[in-house]
Write a protein that binds this ligand. Structure first.
Ligand code: PLP
Length: 474
């Protein structure tokens, strides 16, 4: 395809995307397809001959769109928001169109330097000090793994270290990682991938009703471990847990961790966007004492997916773990330059910063703040409605925009109540009129309503509440 043919086709596809967004509210939120239906509608063998744009668009309409759960739908309250703001889509389009290759500063200086600038803009918007240095990863899961690798090497400094002689096999005493049972599943996954071992992963109890990590219990566990020749190496604190948006007490955790020189990573995947709101910053009290933090502008803020910010205080520690220096990747610069390949796992990277740059540059921070404030107000209003309705309860403090609810009719408990919860939740989701997430809390099912799709207004939240009430009566 040459540039002129691309121009024609792209104009049509931009119209297609705009039409999709303009009409998404009329589609069922949750995909109605059965497993295998999408694959079955596609040819089993790859095409040898070129296809027409018409046929391609037809496939989009007939096969791809029905096979989507529409995360950009105003009545999508499932999981966490996954906003792909159209301003950010423009940045992503340009990134794909330019096709820059991020393998060194030299291979695309603008790719590296825009990432530095945009990470610094986001830092400023969050009220974080200039001590933080950022990069963009695909997700918070990667960030947590990288943070734990850095923590591991810091704990091993002066002795073994993965890159010396026998590597981790030579470590004299086990290194221990601490997190809470409310942490995201990517945290234990990262600890295991980083080689800490299941028996060196401690789940620190949480306090009630906040579900925040109990820093005193953390101190006790660390003291026990240190007394039995284990080394407290890292704590992963969560700012905004996935099930209830609980905030671990970062300041207290950092104070305890500092007694043992343990690394503190803060996973703020969803809630990090709230740092843009000065009135929410108390939730992150102590963040400056941590060693690293990650948050996803691709959730609530509106950057297209795979825009996860990772900040740390000591990039040299990260580079010492990740650096490679093959001769063909040298940047020919007299000045020191940032080589982002040494800040993470992949070598070749897309022009990731364009997505977030376009969002900030075309929307401006104030519009993003206003949208998030709207969502906070809508969540609070919904929580009040739920709490004042007989038979319904709000199960956890509403810290941001996620409301955890249960309908408990008199006489129903235990597994019967679970069946009722799953039944009304499925009735909501299978109706296609709204989409919410069932999740377990203390082993019992509840329903998470996560307000915050870019197009969700109060009328959508009110409609959801009505749909939920009707479904629970069935
Ligand atoms: N941490 C928390 C608290 C999350 O809520 C999530 C996902 O929702 C993740 C980590 C994983 O993020 P990612 O999908 O960017 O890897």
């Amino acid at each position: 395809m040459g540039p002129e043919e691309f121009r024609q086709a792209a104009h049509r596809l931009v119209d297609w995307v705009a039409d999709y967004r303009a009409s998404v509210a009329s589609l069922p939120v949750r995909s109605q397809v059965a497993p295998g239906e999408v694959a079955g509608a596609l040819p089993p063998c790859p095409p040898e001959e070129p296809g027409s744009l018409e046929a391609f668009i037809d496939d989009l309409d007939q096969v791809i769109v029905p096979g989507l759960t529409h995360t950009q739908h105003p009545r999508n309250f499932a999981w966490f928001p996954s906003n792909a703001s159209l301003a950010s889509v423009l940045g992503d389009l340009v990134a794909a169109g330019i096709g820059a290759l991020g393998i060194s500063w030299q291979s695309a200086p603008a790719l590296t330097e825009l990432e530095q600038v945009v990470c610094d803009w986001a830092r400023q918007l969050c009220g974080l000090s200039p001590a933080w240095h950022g990069t963009i990863y695909d997700g918070a899961s990667t960030a947590c793994l990288v943070a734990l690798l850095v923590a591991r090497e810091r704990a091993l400094a002066g002795s073994a270290g993965s890159q010396r002689e026998a590597g981790l096999q030579a470590a004299a005493s086990p290194l221990v990682v601490y997190t809470s049972p409310e942490a995201h599943s990517s945290v234990p996954k990262a600890a295991l991938l980083a080689g800490f071992g299941a028996s060196n992963l401690r789940f620190v109890p949480v306090r009630r009703p906040s579900r925040a990590m109990d820093a005193r219990a953390l101190g006790e566990l660390m003291a026990e471990d240190a007394a039995s020749s284990r080394r407290p190496a890292a704590v992963v604190a969560t700012a905004g847990t996935t099930s209830t948006t609980a905030f671990d007490p970062i300041s207290e955790i950092c104070e305890v961790a500092s007694r043992y020189g343990a690394f503190v990573h803060v996973d703020a995947a969803m809630a990090g966007s709230a740092m843009l709101l000065p009135e929410c910053r108390d939730l992150f009290f102590g963040i400056e004492q941590a060693d690293s933090i990650s948050w996803n502008p691709h959730k609530w803020l509106g950057s297209v997916l795979e825009t996860s910010l990772f900040y740390l205080k000591d990039p040299a520690a990260l580079v010492s773990v990740m650096a490679t220096n093959p001769s063909y990747l040298r940047s020919f610069s007299e000045e020191p330059v940032v080589e982002y390949r040494d800040w993470g796992l992949p070598l070749g990277r897309r022009f990731r910063a364009l997505r977030l740059w376009a969002l900030l540059r075309l929307e401006g921070a104030e519009a993003l703040r206003a949208r998030m404030r709207r969502d906070l107000a809508n969540a609070e209003r919904l929580a009040k409605l739920v709490a004042s309705e007989p038979g319904w309860e709000v199960l956890a403090p509403v810290r941001l925009q996620t409301v955890c609810v249960r309908h408990s009719p008199a006489g129903l408990a235990g597994e019967e109540l679970d069946r009722h919860t799953l039944a009304w939740c499925e009735a909501v989701n299978s109706s296609g009129r709204a989409h919410v997430t069932p999740a377990q809390l203390d082993g019992r099912w509840m329903v998470r309503v996560s307000v915050g799709a870019e197009t969700t207004e109060w009328a959508d939240v009110e409609a959801l509440w009505e749909i939920m009430r009707q479904a629970a009566k069935l």
